[in-house]
Design a protein around this ligand. Structure first.
Ligand SMILES: C[S@@+](CC[C@H](N)C(=O)[O-])C[C@H]1O[C@@H](n2cnc3c(N)ncnc32)[C@H](O)[C@@H]1O
Length: 302
């Protein structure tokens, strides 16, 4: 049976409802549209590869939906976390789940070529892994180089004419040191911000106090880091979230990353994922400054 767009709109609306992470939902919807269009142009079954697949929520959900046009067994999820890979195998039996480091060329070379390579919230972890104890921060030049190398290796897994879907954090363009003034609505918001300043591991965060205890000034760069982590403060996930910087490349740097690999960008969307929740916690006082676009979704063809 040929399924039309209204079928898929309904399918994804019901299927993605319980998925809290809005970015993941956006990536799945775009990848699903791409798979549908590819299946009309290419002989199937299609092979999918997700690097940093975690428990398989992205690739597994896509394979469930598109099992008629994708090869489940020939599609692969890679993650170095043994618990995630075990859960991925349990939740999506049939799919090939590989425990290993996707930055390693030997591992990727052993997997063959794929029609679609998926990187959802994975490269920021490669960036964050380059934390330098001597600097007390991520070693940015080394970290950026590691991201570029990992991306080049991922692109090498794409068959000619195949695609990559990348969803991840975004460093806002413009002066990172631009000063932003914000007010927390209550003491809880301010105390959470203070915990963020003290516990965020990838970079040192600084801020200026004012005569109003709930008003602070900080750089645009640090504000973006705070705001994108604010939903995890005080929750179980903060333990891992405090170790990772979502932001690593600006829009211009992503553009360069893709053109270096001679990829043709077909979709480039900047997203603000949780603005509704931020408005409940903090108010921006700086005129003409708004909550930043802090995520990116890119679809590109080799
Ligand atoms: C934020 S999770 C996202 C998981 C999945 N993409 C999703 O959206 O549901 C990032 C995953 O990447 C994995 N990861 C990070 N760096 C990795 C590497 N170098 N090799 C393999 N897995 C890696 C982590 O273990 C984690 O499961």
């Amino acid at each position: 049976m040929l399924k039309n767009n209204s079928f898929w709109d309904f399918y994804w609306e019901t299927r993605l409802q319980p998925m809290e992470n809005l970015g993941k939902r956006a990536a799945i919807l775009s990848a699903s549209r791409l798979i549908r269009s590819l299946s009309e142009q290419k002989p199937h079954p299609l092979r999918l590869l997700e690097l940093g697949c975690g428990e398989g929520q992205v690739i597994g959900t896509l394979l469930d939906a598109h099992s008629q046009v994708c090869s489940i067994r020939e599609s692969v999820g890679v993650d170095y976390n043994p618990v995630s890979i075990t859960n991925c195998r349990r939740d999506f039996p049939g799919m090939t789940c590989v425990q290993g480091d996707f930055t390693k060329a030997e591992l990727l070379n052993s997997l063959g070529k794929f029609d679609l390579v998926i990187l959802v919230n994975a490269l920021h972890e490669v960036f964050s892994d380059s934390f330098s104890p001597e600097l007390g921060e991520v070693d940015v030049p080394v970290a950026k180089q590691n991201v570029e190398t990992a991306f080049a290796r991922a692109v090498n897994c794409i068959s000619p004419g195949g695609w990559v879907v990348l969803f991840d954090g975004l460093e806002p363009s413009g002066d990172p040191n631009r000063n932003v003034s914000v007010r927390f609505y209550d003491e809880r918001g301010f105390l959470n911000f203070n915990s963020f300043v003290q516990q965020y591991h990838p970079f040192k965060i600084t801020y200026g106090k004012t005569s109003d205890p709930f008003v602070v000034t900080l750089s645009q760069r640090d504000f973006t880091r705070y705001i994108t982590k604010s939903i995890f403060l005080g929750k179980q996930l903060w333990k891992t979230e405090q170790l990772e910087s979502y932001q690593y490349f600006t829009e211009e740097e992503f553009d360069k990353l893709f053109s270096l690999q001679e990829l043709k960008i077909k979709e480039f969307r900047k997203l603000t994922m949780n603005e509704g929740k931020w408005h409940d916690v903090v108010e921006i006082l700086t005129p003409e400054y708004t909550f930043p676009d802090e995520h990116i979704l890119i679809l590109a063809q080799k």
